[in-house]
Design a protein around this ligand. Sequence first.
Ligand code: AHR
Length: 501
Amino acid sequence: MHTARFTLDPAFTVGEVDPRLFGSFVEHLGRCVYTGIHEPGHPAADEAGLRTDVLALVRELGVTTIRYPGGNFVSGYKWEDSVGPADERPRRLDLAWRSTETNRFGLSEYIAFLKKIGPQAEPMMAVNLGTRGVAEALELQEYANHPSGTALSDLRASHGDKDPFGIRLWCLGNEMDGPWQTGHKTAQEYGRLAAETARAMRQIDPGVQLVACGSSGQGMETFAEWEATVLAETYDLVDYISLHAYYEEHDGDRDSFLASAVDMESFIENVVATCDHIGARLKSKKRINLSFDEWNVWYMSRTEAEVSALDWPEAPRLLEDVYSVTDAVVFGSLLIALLRHADRVTVACLAQLVNVIAPIMTEPCGPAWRQTTFFPFAAASEYGRGQVLDVRVDSPTYDTKRHGTADLLHATAVCAEDGTVTVFAVNRSQSEALPLEVALSSLGLTSVVEHSVLADADPEARNTRTEPERVTPHPVTGTALADGALTATLEPLSWNVIRLA
Ligand code: AHR
């Protein structure tokens, strides 16, 4: 195998990482909320019914912004059902997931959950533009954010939340391009509704930050035309356009699966091009940034049947994918793709946080544990803060059915404020180690602090309730920094974090 190489130079950067890149997502879906983050009566539950074992893992994961309450759920969401005394809240049909929503956990509990995570946790609230519209979005905004002296702000205070929630970041609906979405719309219909909602929300508060729905995936038939139409209506009124992407292994084609980030990067670049095209057409100096507010590995093809078989249960086990080492390597590569585009992707949400396609799993009345995907996220959030350096790899390649010829090495590097640098790298080869050489003499680095790797002799290895620590990252020896060059060997099918000081 020939050596993969790249050069790092502080003069060549992509951009500053926005902390919001390490966001996640809590949807009323399956057991994400109920028995995930909220389980009164659990031995680890606090006075509010929040699981403290889960809170500790959420803090360790390093998530920032948390999107809520959906997802597809939001298109049937009546925010007023989710406030006031919990035992008086109505039970409702959740059409998106054929479940019964008890509303025991609602808006106030979500804000309390964020506060308990810590100051890094920021709300990202979606409004329902599927079955509702401008008026209900404004009412929710008034209830949540207006200080006092109006019917809805005083109602919030009477519910025990005197202080406004201060929600700055709002999603204008969810996946409105998808025929599965309750209240699905054409781009023209949605673009007008999003523009009217945004204009009105800015009348309450010109400082709100708004995300318009982009496509539910690059493979949607309406992709790009959707973004162009929506942005033509909303360009001056919104700050972000959303992207969603999920990847899974199809028919045992692991080579293609390992190159999933090729698709993610092209998706990002195509949306950037579309945003800038509309900006140019409008002769606007404003730049629309990207909110990649749903991304993950998700074995979606296995779960479609699960949902249609449901008969309106409460908090069923849904989308509880158990991730392998291979899944975690692909997941790490998706994080690399986001970091490599940190100049334009300034919000991203790992979908989701607990139990539902999640890095954290729980058992009702039982333990909580880390999935394999927990580790790349936690490392990227901890060490991926600062300036992303421009990485252009010279790498051996391989051929894939879905993504053409792909580099075996996928990498990025982030320079922190204190001058330390972290290289994140994936070796996509299933069978061969990849020698790596990085020229970095202009960075003034002298030592390797740590090279840690997530890899396993069994690429199918997973963490489970009975074996919660079967897979964890381990240290690599032999990685060296001398004469302005880093040399390392990347194990086959591995995610690597190399920290340099
Ligand atoms: O994250 C799971 C679902 O995926 C969300 O509800 C929806 O927005 C997307 O299709």
